[in-house]
Design a protein. Structure first.
Length: 251
């Protein structure tokens, strides 16, 4: 009498391969170092030294600003002020909100109550640029004094710098730009090298040759190994985000 042969469970085999591959990742010190510790080290380094260097101010002007005034020429000659030109107002506002611009200046020519020419400078900024706006306003005042002291004509317009209009926005930190890049680097490294090195190791251990003798479907073996890498990378991303949030105030 023939005994009934029990069919081999491909789903159980898939789960077993996934668990075994997942445990093998944690048993590999190099995988933990390059996936978790290496991005953290880069984040700390870039966070500490990314903002080093001399002070400079990136500003923009409104479309109808008076570019023929002496004050504007003084801005262009300044070595610490860079005037950025935008063709799209939406891009300008986005950079201003993110803190990529110190301020937006509106330079207009007008007359005072005595009908004398004056140059009014309206400054618009956000709380995202509060770290540079505080030193930028004295710089503008210095340029005003310098321009007025060099007036060849007594009838040349005086300069009035109005109180800056500062809009409260979400505060961006440098880590807000560094951490997403490191997350992408970690995922890219795991995708390009992690899986490739896994199959290279399986080939060196002659495991790939045993695929033909295994009752497990070959596609299930590939899915199991890929799923384990996916779960590990998900944990890795969560660890990096938690580290950035609680240690570096990632928002």
């Amino acid at each position: 009498m023939k005994s009934d042969q029990k069919s081999y469970s491909q789903s159980k085999a898939l789960w077993a391969i996934t668990k075994a591959s997942f445990k093998a990742i944690f048993a590999n010190p190099s995988a933990l170092f390059f996936s978790v510790l290496f991005p953290i080290i880069f984040i700390l380094i870039f966070g500490a030294f990314g903002s080093s260097g001399g002070v400079s101010y990136r500003i923009a002007l409104t479309a109808n600003s008076d570019t023929s005034s002496a004050f504007y020429r003084g801005l262009k000659k300044s070595s610490v002020i860079k005037i950025v030109t935008y063709t799209d107002t939406a891009d300008l506002n986005e950079d201003l909100i993110k803190g990529n611009l110190t301020a937006v200046l509106d330079i207009q020519s007008a007359t005072d109550s005595l009908q004398k020419p004056i140059t009014k400078v309206h400054v618009r900024s956000t709380t995202a640029s509060s770290n540079t706006l505080g030193s930028f306003m004295p710089m503008l005042d210095y340029l005003r004094l310098k321009t007025e002291s060099n007036k060849p004509d007594i009838n040349l317009s005086s300069i009035q710098i109005e109180k800056p209009e500062v809009k409260a926005v979400r505060k961006y930190r440098q880590i807000d730009f560094i951490l997403p890049g490191q997350l992408g680097f970690s995922v890219l490294f795991s995708t390009l090298f992690g899986i490739a090195f896994t199959f290279f190791g399986l080939r060196e251990q002659l495991v790939l040759k045993r695929f033909y003798a295994s009752p497990v479907n070959r596609i299930n073996i590939l899915i199991g190994i890929g799923a384990s890498r996916l779960f590990f990378q998900l944990i890795n991303v969560i660890v990096l985000i938690v580290f950035g949030h609680f240690v570096l105030n990632f928002t």
